[in-house]
Design a protein around this ligand. Structure first.
Ligand SMILES: NC(=O)c1ccc[n+]([C@@H]2O[C@H](COP(=O)([O-])OP(=O)(O)OC[C@H]3O[C@@H](n4cnc5c(N)ncnc54)[C@H](OP(=O)(O)O)[C@@H]3O)[C@@H](O)[C@H]2O)c1
Length: 242
């Protein structure tokens, strides 16, 4: 397996690639900002040139905001939508021709429980993750239907099906909360467990997974009794300091 890693910080990417190589894997990296259309195009061109194809795209980069809707700004809303929604969608659009040539292509979108059940003071992030959820569902069905039609490159070759897996983690022990300023809850899942469960879901052909029992309860309860859930959240959800 050959990996191409990306994020903005080169030193972190270099250290991770080195760690993967130490453990016997193959990894390279390209640093850049995924909200830039030019960088997304460069990333896909680099993938085609150096890896010669693509079997799996993991859309993981994301960030949130913790604050009331009225204290936010249009710029903050656009930043969150760009990173959590537009970037993965447009990167996927560019990568699709490569994925459709793979024997069994796959897209893994890292969403959130908050893409199923919305919490107060995270309105922009919830909106972005709900959008990612809806797009993942639509794309999954569309790609299945379009599989076996000829590729649009006039080669006459057929498109392979590209599976879409939506992963919805709950609180995870990462840098995420340092960036939003929100105190992380004591019970956070380890990132390694998120990765391990994602891999198992890929291997077993799942379309969607909600990772924690707390997350599953939240989503089920929200579907079962939305008005009650709304009242509980309005009353008990932590409020950021003004
Ligand atoms: N942590 C949680 O509790 C939690 C819960 C549910 C879902 N999630 C989701 O899980 C995913 C991973 O988040 P995380 O918890 O691992 O947060 P994190 O520790 O803050 O990691 C975010 C990653 O995205 C990269 N990134 C951020 N902005 C970028 C940009 N503009 N261009 C390229 N890369 C960028 C960051 O690297 P650079 O800063 O170097 O660019 C970093 O590698 C996100 O989609 C998040 O919404 C997290």
């Amino acid at each position: 397996v050959s990996l191409l890693l990306t994020a903005r910080r080169a030193p972190q990417l270099d250290a991770l690639a080195e760690e993967i190589r130490r453990q016997g894997g193959q990894a390279q990296w390209l640093a850049g900002d995924l909200t830039s259309a030019a960088f997304r195009a460069q990333l896909v061109a680099h993938t085609a040139a150096t890896l010669g194809g693509l079997d799996l795209l993991v859309n993981n980069a994301g960030a949130g905001r913790w604050g009331s809707f009225e204290s936010g700004s249009e710029a903050q809303l656009r930043d969150i939508l760009e990173l959590n929604f537009v970037a993965p969608v447009e990167l996927t659009r560019l990568a699709l021709p490569l994925l459709q040539r793979a024997p069994a292509g796959m897209i893994v979108n890292i969403g959130s429980v908050l893409g199923h059940c919305a919490l107060p003071y995270k309105s922009e992030y919830c909106a972005a993750k709900f959008a990612l959820h809806g797009w993942s569902d639509a794309l999954r069905a569309e790609l299945r239907r379009e599989a076996t039609r000829p590729l649009s490159d006039n080669s006459g070759a057929e498109r392979g099906n590209v599976a879409v897996l939506l992963v919805s983690p709950s609180t995870t022990a990462t840098e995420f909360f340092e960036r939003t300023g929100e105190a992380r809850r004591a019970r956070a899942m380890a990132p390694a467990e998120v990765a391990w469960r994602t891999r198992r879901a890929m291997e077993t052909g799942r379309q969607e997974i909600i990772l924690s029992w707390g997350g599953k309860l939240l989503v089920w309860f929200d579907r079962l009794c939305p008005p009650l859930m709304n009242r509980l959240l309005a009353r008990y959800a932590p409020r950021p300091r003004a």
